[in-house]
Design a protein around this ligand. Structure first.
Ligand code: BMA
Length: 332
């Protein structure tokens, strides 16, 4: 029996686990699914988010231009694998003080109640979390920035926790932040945010060195019967700079700042050429999942080397079991 709640998506992108695979996550055989030049003026297309939409899928894509400016673009797909991405970035309706663009990157998309919410790292005198909503991926309405600068990786929960909307985020600095813990916040209206709770942080020492420098939330948390399954990125600082791997944790359903389990091992790491070679080598950065509740299937969309977009597969069962097989005792 599947542990997953939520969407029923029998036709979502999927490949069975290869017989010789020892990892809980396996890659799509035709990766990368989006090349760096799939938009006319793009330098790179990565760290992007997709959701089920109509008869197919829609998404918001980070496309850095050939002047190397960062912006987010809407796209559509029939199968979740082949994408048609707009040649123009999203333009937002809203208060001009808020919609004024400095830069936009690393979008997430989350369906809540009756609409699709977009969150992203939004330049507003430093990076903060932008929020907008859309019904059709054509017109986008921008709300107030969620937090004061500096913050990155704003990830909404797909339903209210108690009475309130909820979001995970990663307070940061203006640069390539050398620290980073995941925090939880609540809001009655997606404008005013409070009840900021610490969720989890880097693991110092040797216990789980791949996440020894900083961590940050990835895709929308996945609701299971055991808790919220959170896929996140973890970073180590090496002599060649930061390396971004992917891990998972399990958060309490009603008090998501409580960590019930966390994997000691990474679940995906830069190992294929397109993950190791690109504009920023050795980066795997997850921003979205598609899930099918009856089968427990999960498709993970992740940026590869800050250059292209990859797809990988797992199941809720695989990840929950992996955390039991390789537990991180110290979840702080
Ligand atoms: C982070 C963000 C991500 C990027 C990562 C690795 O700070 O900028 O968009 O994937 O660095 O370069």
């Amino acid at each position: 029996m599947s542990h997953l709640k939520g969407n029923v998506l029998p036709d979502m992108p999927w490949q069975e686990k290869p017989a010789n695979c020892r990892m809980p996550v396996w890659r799509y055989s035709e990766n990368p699914i989006i090349t760096r030049d799939a938009v006319p003026n793009a330098n790179s297309i990565f760290n992007s988010a997709v959701v089920p939409f109509g008869e197919g899928y829609a998404g918001v894509f980070r496309c850095d231009s050939r002047s190397v400016s960062m912006d987010i673009f809407a796209g559509f797909s029939k199968d979740g694998i082949h994408w048609e991405i707009s040649a123009q970035p999203i333009s937002f309706e809203g208060d001009p003080e808020v919609t004024k663009r400095e830069y936009r990157y690393d979008p997430r998309v989350c369906f809540i109640e009756d609409r699709y919410y977009i969150t992203w790292c939004n330049g507003y005198h430093g990076p903060t979390i932008g929020i907008a909503y859309t019904f059709d991926f054509k017109t986008f309405y921008q709300l107030e920035n969620a937090f004061l600068p500096y913050n990155r990786n704003g990830v909404l929960f797909p339903r209210k926790i108690g009475e309130h909307y909820a979001m995970l985020s990663r307070p940061s600095d203006t640069g390539h932040t050398p620290f980073g813990d995941i925090f939880y916040s609540e809001s009655p209206d997606l404008t005013f945010w409070g009840k900021h709770r610490w969720v989890m942080g880097q693991i110092t020492g040797d216990a789980s060195a791949w996440q020894s420098k900083k961590i940050g939330p990835g895709p929308t948390p996945i609701e299971t019967d055991e808790g919220w399954l959170l896929i996140y990125h973890g970073v180590i600082n090496t002599c060649n700079g930061f390396v971004y791997r992917i891990g998972c944790a399990l958060l309490d359903l009603e008090k998501p700042w409580i960590v019930k389990a966390r994997s000691r091992n990474y679940i995906l790491a830069p190992q294929e050429l397109y993950e190791c070679v690109g504009d920023v080598p050795n980066v795997t950065f997850p921003c979205a999942v598609l899930t099918d509740a009856p089968t427990g299937r999960i498709a993970i969309y992740y940026g590869c080397a800050d250059t292209v977009t990859g797809l990988a597969f797992t199941t809720a069962e695989e990840l929950l079991q992996y955390m039991k097989d390789y537990p991180l005792e110290e979840t702080t």
